[in-house]
Design a protein around this ligand. Structure first.
Ligand SMILES: NC(=O)C1=CN([C@@H]2O[C@H](COP(=O)(O)OP(=O)(O)OC[C@H]3O[C@@H](n4cnc5c(N)ncnc54)[C@H](O)[C@@H]3O)[C@@H](O)[C@H]2O)[C@@H](O)CC1
Ligand SMILES: [K+]
Length: 528
């Protein structure tokens, strides 16, 4: 289990590089050697290295320079290397070294149709190295590089035996700092990233185009370790560090009591699923508060649940609650007021998000309130806050919108999606890609609310005491809950717990109940 994947912004990487470059550190030489090593490893994994034909797509900056120098090493390893120059000027030293080493240079921009010329060349190459732009990119790809990359992206998926695509630093054209994809991008199998990961390699939708991310430290790790990351992804090891494990002196109240006000006459299942998620996560007690129908169901399914009011250390409010139900929303308001007054953590899900939209407290929430919208709910919430937003705006830039909502409301925002993004008003963004598309099923969100609520309840006293690290703890716990929930879904679907683990398999359909039932198995892979 590796440590947290930390990503830093382009500006932070440049600032960290500066003193090393000033001291004469040969960063590009190191980057190029590491890149060549990774290309060789990919070739070896697929057959032989010598005799392989490699295409370098070379842009006008140092990103292209990395590839040209890497080309010299690949020639030495017996590869036939072609460099397609997709910019009028390219790194001079790199070009001279590449030519001297025997890299075949193609000035494709002189062709009548540069995209067709590159595709022609690419068809002869088993590995494509994407070095058009790196952290120096401004906006989506433009100029002649844009149609070239678009043509290669189309060509790649049309191949019976797809080429291996290795992106240098980032897949060219992604939003390096925000993970947006606003123009053509060539999806990579591997991204060899320099110094540290970049936010766009973790954040959706760009993260889905980066493939496996290999970080080449380049000696920047010391400097960057002291810098808070711009984005990060928790690993199982991080979650194990965060997870509350009971000691011999613990009892149910010290382990955490979670109040759940979820479910309704119309949607009683939400109450059962949120409760199931919470109980399987492990906590002292669940107190379910709601009308008779869901309460009966909860008691029948989970006799360990208490259904009378009393002390709690965290709340889950709103899953399966109809915002048009006046009596029920009045109860939610009451619970929310009590939670906020006591500085207790509170998960605001589904119906609670809708009722928040008319609430004067919306811009004044603490980071200990965790909102759990999906893209459509986040768009509605932002619109209610005066930021006209459509669902598509959120899916195109999830991190930016989650952060905006956190800044406006003061709350922590867990944005549900294929990749879960967590944003607090300050501090790093979290991106968790632990689940499987099978998790897109009714009730899965209720289970997540329960898992998160239980985890927050375990930290409830600490959070209420205000002695924790400000905004960061609820965000870290939210990311941890997303990881465990995602792993539970994978296990329930018959997949290996971590996305990178085991043979690629399709998995089988799951229900939300299956996910809740698999939470202990997911925790076994985390806590051991
Ligand atoms: N500073 C250094 O010595 C090091 C830099 N490294 C590499 O250098 C990269 C950064 O190099 P640069 O700062 O030269 O920048 P890049 O090479 O990332 O990009 C700059 C080039 O891309 C063009 N460009 C910018 N936006 C574009 C767009 N939207 N569409 C098409 N072309 C666009 C520019 O005109 C310029 O030619 C890193 O990503 C990394 O790969 C590594 O070699 C490590 C050491
Ligand atoms: K690149």
């Amino acid at each position: 289990m590796g440590p947290m994947i930390r990503a830093h912004s382009a500006a932070a990487v440049r600032a960290a590089e500066e003193p090393l470059l000033a001291a004469g550190e040969p960063l590009m030489a190191s980057a190029a050697f590491a890149l060549a090593t990774h290309v060789v490893a990919e070739l070896r994994a697929r057959g032989r290295v010598a005799g392989s034909v490699v295409l370098l797509l070379v842009g006008g900056g140092n990103n292209g320079g990395d590839a040209l120098f890497a080309g010299t090493h690949l020639v030495r390893r017996g590869c036939q290397v072609h460099a397609a120059l997709v910019s009028d000027g390219v790194h001079e030293g790199g070009l001279a070294a590449a030519r001297a080493a025997g890299v075949r240079v193609h000035r494709v921009l002189d062709a009548a149709d540069p995209a067709a010329a590159v595709v022609d060349l690419a068809r002869r190459c088993g590995v494509w190295v994407d070095a058009v732009t790196g952290i120096g990119a401004r906006g989506p790809l433009r100029g002649p590089a844009a149609p070239v990359v678009a043509a290669l992206a189309a060509e790649r998926s049309a191949w019976p035996q797809e080429p291996v695509v290795v992106a240098v630093d980032v897949p060219s054209g992604i939003g390096v700092d925000d993970g947006t994809v606003e123009g053509p991008v060539l999806p990579a199998d591997v991204t060899v990233t320099m110094g540290t990961a970049k936010p766009g390699l973790l954040l959706p939708p760009a993260a889905g185009l980066a493939g496996r991310v290999e970080v080449v430290a380049l000696g920047l790790d010391g400097t960057l370790a002291a810098e808070p990351p711009a984005a990060c992804s928790l690993t199982a090891a991080d979650v194990a560090d965060l997870w509350p494990v009971p000691g011999p002196d613990d009892h149910k109240y010290t382990r955490g009591v979670l109040g759940i006000a979820a479910g309704s006459q119309t949607y009683p299942g939400a109450a059962a699923l949120a409760t199931a998620g919470a109980l399987r996560t492990g906590l002292g007690m669940v107190r379910y508060l709601g009308p008779e129908v869901p309460a009966d169901l909860v008691r029948t399914l989970h006799p360990e649940v208490v259904t009378v009011p009393g002390r709690v250390q965290a709340w889950v409010l709103g899953s399966g609650v109809d915002p048009a139900d006046a009596a029920r929303t009045a109860e939610l308001h009451e619970h929310l007021s009590a939670a906020l007054a006591a500085r207790l953590p509170v998960v605001l899900d589904a119906g609670a998000l809708t009722l928040l939209q008319e609430d004067t407290r919306l811009p004044d929430l603490p980071a200990t309130a965790v909102l759990t919208p999906h893209a459509g709910e986040l768009a509605q919430l932002l619109t209610a806050c005066g930021e006209e937003t459509a669902r598509e705006d959120v899916t195109a830039a999830p991190a930016r919108h989650a952060r905006l909502a956190a800044e406006i409301t003061g709350a922590t925002v867990l944005l549900k999606g294929p990749t879960t993004v967590v944003a607090a008003p300050a501090g790093p963004l979290f991106a968790q890609q632990d689940a499987t598309p099978w998790l897109a099923t009714a009730g899965a969100g209720d289970v997540l609310a329960g898992v998160l609520g239980a985890l927050l309840a375990g930290y409830g006293d600490l959070i209420a005491s205000g002695t924790h690290d400000g905004a960061h703890l609820p965000a870290s716990l939210s990311a941890a809950a997303a990881l465990v929930h995602g792993r539970a879904a994978r296990i329930a679907a018959g997949l290996p717990p971590g996305p990178g683990e085991g043979r690629a398999r399709t998995g089988v359909p799951i229900t939300a109940g299956d996910v809740a039932a698999a939470v202990p198995a997911a925790l076994r892979t985390v806590l051991g």
